[in-house]
Design a protein around this ligand. Sequence first.
Ligand code: ATP
Length: 277
Amino acid sequence: MVDERTSPATDRANASELVGEHLAIGYPTTDEPVVECENVVIPAGEVTALVGPNGSGKSTLLKAMARQHAPERGSVLLDGSQIQLFDSKELARRVGLLSQENESPASLTVEDLVSHGRYPHRGFFDSITDEDREAIDRAIELAGVDDIRTQDVGNLSGGQKQLAWIAMVLAQETDVLLLDEPTTYLDLHHQLRVMEVVRTLNREEEITIGIVLHDIGQAARFADNLIAMKDGTPYDWGPPREVVTEELLADVFRVDADVDSESPTGPHIAPHRALDE
Ligand SMILES: Nc1ncnc2c1ncn2[C@@H]1O[C@H](COP(=O)(O)OP(=O)(O)OP(=O)(O)O)[C@@H](O)[C@H]1O
């Protein structure tokens, strides 16, 4: 998807870009690839939201972009270099992924979990440095989990766990942050907090963000770009005001809706009813 719609709105000289080329991604149990896309870009220094119905391939694509799932065909480039060629620790310093499948280890405090985010920055036998400590404290504060930092992760609510995992990936301090439905389980207050943290990191630290969101209205408000997935392939992409149309909501989301694209907070969606499958 290299065209004028995906070029960064601002020149973010230090930010990193992820590009997927000629990708076909499947699983051992699937005969056919579940995702196929010729060119997909998570542009440097921007917030890009992947949206689309259940099973449209958002998580699969995100995992491949983070080298957590090997494509059958094609390659992913980080600032022009194939991610397959990166040393795993170096890649973990550059690209962080919060996936949906997070196993919470037993008897681990929130603070311990967050400190695991520092592993790409440390040697195997190294103890935690002042720099690590600062990064851990900052991630804990940003994710709003200071009050539960000494609690066992296994004893937390779904939303608290989610925030703890977010803190862990923030502590990794990567150039690119890929987040798969980070707002799952969160109440509205915490959903907005997470989105605000994401945007602050992007705007103030030029961190490139790729984020899977189910709420297309929220995605349209927060993201610079949307990639709308349908049946394993990008259906449309670009700034929310261009992508979110009544036609897209019908064709991709199977929803009859009115869209007010002049709304000051981004396109406003008023859904009426689910269309037949
Ligand atoms: N581990 C797996 N093994 C086999 N098939 C899988 C596996 N994970 C996902 N799939 C299939 O790949 C397709 C895309 O799934 P994926 O999870 O990427 O979609 P998604 O858009 O993230 O969905 P959701 O919004 O429901 O999380 C689906 O058809 C799904 O059944």
